[in-house]
Design a protein around this ligand. Structure first.
Ligand SMILES: Nc1ncnc2c1ncn2[C@@H]1O[C@H](COP(=O)(O)OP(=O)(O)OP(=O)(O)O)[C@@H](O)[C@H]1O
Ligand SMILES: [Mg+2]
Length: 318
């Protein structure tokens, strides 16, 4: 089992790496990764986003799909193969760099299967190894994990200091969560520092207390006892989600467009036919802002508690 005290520089560098994980598809992993990183970068924090998805939806959310710099995951694959530091795409937004995902990540799974046969679970540490040399350049690093791909998500879990898990409040979402809880425990064999930062309810149409409390009980059952979860929920807003991917803009960027667009009657009078940004963009941007504040406060509190720890032992959950 790895001992974090043997490798303090690597641990320091990876101390602000947050894997956004849930085996269930469509629970908001990519939207949360993109919007949190985008908002933090907009607020002056240097951020890195790593895309471990073959479908690479981050490219849609940030609007770089098909651009020359979009390498479809080739850079990430090459770094893992050659054990060389990751080389992100710089300034996708000011202060926001991205390691692209895409079709080239298909090749990562068979490579990892073979490495696992030879080296066991410690082979999963490779993502942390290629991330560590650049991670200290960033105040926050987010890894957007794929659905239903144990190997790619396991790579993220072995590199990250924290897990942020979005879930929907439906039964399927809550079952996906207990699968993550099992893999979380396995990942701690090679990454004992891994902690659960919190669970966030995504796309909730309902403000119903009963639904929220049911979801919270399921979260506690999955992770054992009182598990951290964020008070903020990301509201269901289909039109804003469509605007975001159609325009390659984040919720807070849509909010700015919204403020600048002419009132509907002016658009009608001037015969402006361009599609309009949905008015809910501002509320969704507000949800992500509130989540960002909670994430940062939770991180800072955990780091302060860790500094106060006499031995640096992190064997307790979360
Ligand atoms: N606030 C929202 N309300 C409703 N739908 C949303 C919202 N934000 C994003 N969506 C849409 O929900 C779908 C799932 O979101 P997202 O891609 O972020 O989830 P995911 O967990 O990353 O999915 P996957 O597992 O397929 O990678 C997408 O079609 C997205 O456009
Ligand atoms: Mg996704």
């Amino acid at each position: 089992m790895a001992d974090r005290r043997k490798d303090p520089d690597r641990d320091f560098a990876l101390g602000r790496v947050i894997a956004i994980v849930n085996d269930k598809g469509g629970v908001g992993k990519t939207s949360i990764a993109a919007n949190l990183a985008g908002q933090f970068a907009g607020a002056g924090y240097r951020c890195l986003l790593i895309d471990l998805n073959r479908q690479a939806n981050l490219a849609d959310d940030l609007g770089y799909r098909g651009a020359e710099v979009d390498d479809q995951g080739a850079g990430l694959l090459g770094s893992v193969l050659a054990s060389t530091p990751l080389a992100p795409m710089i300034d996708v937004r000011p202060l926001l760099d991205v390691v692209c995902g895409g079709a080239r990540l298909e090749d990562l799974t068979p490579i990892m299967v073979s490495r696992l046969q030879h080296h066991g679970r410690k082979a999963f540490r490779v993502l942390g190894d290629v991330l560590a040399p650049i991670a200290a350049d960033y105040e926050l690093v987010f890894i957007d994990c794929p659905p239903e791909s144990t190997i790619l998500s396991d790579l993220a879990l072995a590199a990250a200091r924290w897990v942020l898990m979005p879930t929907k409040s439906d039964v399927g979402g809550l079952v996906g969560m207990s699968l993550v809880a099992e893999r979380f425990l396995l990942a701690r064999e090679v990454n004992p520092r891994l902690g659960l930062l919190g669970v966030v309810l995504f796309g909730t149409g309902s403000r119903s207390r009963a639904i929220h409390s049911e979801a919270r009980q399921a979260i506690d059952r999955a992770f054992g006892g009182e598990s951290p979860r964020f008070q903020t929920t990301i509201r269901h807003a289909e039109r804003t989600a469509q605007d975001a991917r159609r325009l390659g803009k984040l919720a807070h960027e849509l909010e700015i467009e919204l403020a600048a667009q002419p009132a509907w009657w002016e658009a009608l009078r001037s015969n402006i036919r361009a599609p309009r940004v949905s008015a809910t963009a501002a509320s969704v941007a507000g949800d992500y802002r509130a989540l960002g504040v909670e994430v940062l406060t939770t991180l800072q509190a955990a780091e302060e508690a860790e500094r106060a720890e006499p031995t640096g032992s992190t064997s307790e959950l979360p």
